[in-house]
Write a protein that binds this ligand. Structure first.
Ligand code: ATP
Length: 573
């Protein structure tokens, strides 16, 4: 099915005209022009008992039909108050109808069309995308190649958890024989772009069955009852194929905890959800249909959804670790010419917190840069630029409005972060430092990536807070306390959040804290102490701070090698 897109009004007009022509055609087909006869002929037919029906109105003509004939006749209407009685006495049926002229009939047709048109317009305005039609993408019909498990890099545990489902879809009887039933529904949860849709499609691909995808958000704002009937249609379609994977993206739009939605209850949402759960509980154990839902936030879902017999298998699809990032990069580089100077291992290291989709995007942006240069192959410089685009949006093209003073503040601020990271956490990667403002509003940035770790120590958290504060500290040290800027807003927010975890969550301060006031006092003490320590650190290394800042002002962007070189040169005797 295709989405009902744009041009609604045009569609509605065409539809209405079509309906009008059709209705008028039907009317005139059944209503050939009546034959006009003198009143005396009419009376004669009545006397002879040939008239079967007379239609009386207040108009100047009356209409009648003869027994055994389809034709209609009209004649003068004497508007006599006794006419009806006389006709009835003669055994003639009398109907007191409304207007029967052609114009009256035409008005009725037009009225009918106008009502139709209004309904159509209102429905389109309510939700232009989905008012009447639900978008179900049927991959089997689109001819798209289904991915296989080999097209998914990393996510090994998730793949392992769904292998039995593939086998079940292929051989449901094998499981039914043992009285085993595989989950009717599964939920994939995890951050955006981690491959949840890809995994669901790969299950269909591996099991060689059709894949139907809908989005939970498409059901919202439908007319009451429409969503539920679409759900039934979808399952009917899947059942026709006997085996299928039904994928519902953004299930939270439908199955959010009650009361969690700011709009309060939504009848349509609940009806649709109930229809979905009813369809799912109607599966027999030997049916090869599986419903997979996806969400970024498992914790927001209504518990009713997660009960046994519903979406009772929940599988996390998380951000890729170092090895997985490397495999994802290798997978997506396959069809791209890549220069020998690119070290994929180091790209994987620099891309902590990247999802699979971001990694794919990184390589695609790099390929676009290489294509624009009509270069032989994608080089490290292309990947560096692409990195910037993926992280911060595209570089801000018009930099003419940025004053020299602001450039200096940005350079010293970012240099503060970079230097603190280098001195405090040498195991971190300072992938890039730049004073090029991004189109998304950042003045510049310093990418400081800690190594992948399961746990963080107390001193690592302290160091991270100091690295966050170092931008503001550097501004104060260089331009005085009165001239510090709003550029540190985000850093301060992050520092406070880390300090809160340090004190409340991990009890890393001077013991356990239970009340709000003690917690706030401990946080203030911690942040003041760390601020002072950062000031001391930068003061003791002010020559390095100046060297990095000045080179940044010259070159705008530096990488880790540049930083190491500047620090190494300054430390040489
Ligand atoms: P969302 O939550 O935003 O809907 P998602 O988790 O469903 O995202 P997908 O749409 O499946 O993510 O992923 C987008 C694209 O990213 C995929 O089509 C694929 O090209 C790439 N991708 C993501 N994860 C992987 C992976 N593990 N291996 C290979 N490619 C991946």
């Amino acid at each position: 099915m295709k989405k009902f897109k744009g041009n609604n009004i045009f569609g509605a007009i065409v539809f209405t005209l079509f309906a009008a022509v059709l209705a008028a055609g039907v009317y005139w087909k059944n209503h050939t022009e009546p034959i006009n006869v003198p009143y005396v002929d009419f009376l004669k037919s009545v006397e002879e008992g040939n008239v079967s029906l007379v239609t009386l109105t207040d108009e100047s003509s009356l209409k009648y039909t003869l027994a055994g004939e389809g034709a209609e006749y009209i004649t003068e209407n004497p508007r006599s108050p006794t006419l009806k009685e006389e006709l009835l006495k003669q055994g003639v049926s009398v109907s007191e109808g409304g207007a029967f002229s052609n114009s009256g009939a035409l008005m009725s047709v037009l009225f009918f069309c106008a009502v139709l048109f209004m309904i159509y317009k209102v429905s389109s305005r309510q939700n232009p995308k989905t008012a009447m039609v639900l978008n179900v993408s049927d991959v089997s019909e689109s001819g798209e190649r289904y991915p296989a498990f080999d097209d998914i890099a990393g996510n090994e545990e998730a793949k392992e958890s769904v292998r039995d489902v593939v086998d079940f879809i292929k051989n449901p009887d094998k499981y039914a024989r043992y009285g085993a039933h595989i989950p009717h529904g599964m939920i994939f949860y995890g951050p955006p772009g981690t491959g949840k849709t890809l995994m669901a499609k790969a299950i269909a691909g591996e099991a060689c069955v059709p894949f139907y995808a809908v989005s939970g958000s498409d059901f919202v704002q439908m007319y009451v009852g429409v969503g539920a009937s679409r759900v039934r249609d979808l399952f009917r379609k899947a059942r026709e194929n006997k085996k299928a994977v039904i994928f519902i993206d953004e299930i939270d739009a439908l199955g959010k905890k009650r009361g969690a939605s700011p709009q309060g209850g939504n009848d349509e949402r609940e009806q649709t959800l109930n229809a979905l759960l009813t369809e799912m509980s109607g599966f027999s154990n030997s049916e090869g249909i599986i419903v997979i839902a996806a969400t970024n936030r498992l914790d927001t879902l209504d518990e009713a959804l997660l009960r046994p017999g519903r979406f009772d298998r929940q599988i996390e699809i998380g951000l890729p670790d170092l090895n997985a990032r490397r495999s994802i990069l290798n997978l997506h580089i396959k069809n791209k010419p890549i220069s020998k100077d690119v070290d994929m291992g180091s790209v994987a290291k620099q891309t902590v917190f990247f999802s699979g989709a971001m990694l794919e995007n990184l390589l695609n942006e790099a390929a676009i840069f290489a294509a624009k240069r009509t270069a032989e192959s994608i080089e490290s410089a292309d990947i560096d630029r692409a990195y910037y685009t993926v992280i911060a949006g595209s570089e801000k093209m018009d930099r003419s409005g940025i004053k020299e003073r602001e450039r200096r503040v940005t350079a010293y601020h970012e240099a503060g972060h970079a230097l603190a990271a280098k001195l405090l956490s040498p195991e971190n990667t300072v992938a890039k430092i730049t004073i090029i403002p991004s189109a998304k509003g950042a003045g510049g940035f310093c990418i400081n990536i800690p190594p992948d770790k399961m746990y963080h120590t107390k001193s690592e958290i302290e160091n991270q807070i100091m690295i966050n504060l170092a931008g503001r500290v550097s501004e104060e040290l260089t331009f005085t306390a009165e001239n510090v800027t709003t550029g540190a807003g985000n850093d301060i927010e992050k520092s406070i959040s880390l300090a809160r975890d340090y004190i409340d969550r991990y009890a890393m301060g001077s013991g356990f804290v239970f009340d709000e006031k003690s917690s706030r006092d401990a946080m203030r003490k911690l942040l003041d102490e760390l601020y002072a320590r950062t000031m001391e650190l930068l003061l003791n290394n002010q020559n390095l701070l100046i060297a990095i800042s000045e080179e940044l002002l010259n070159r705008e962007t530096l990488n880790e090698d540049d930083l190491d070189r500047i620090i190494g040169a300054a430390n040489r005797p």
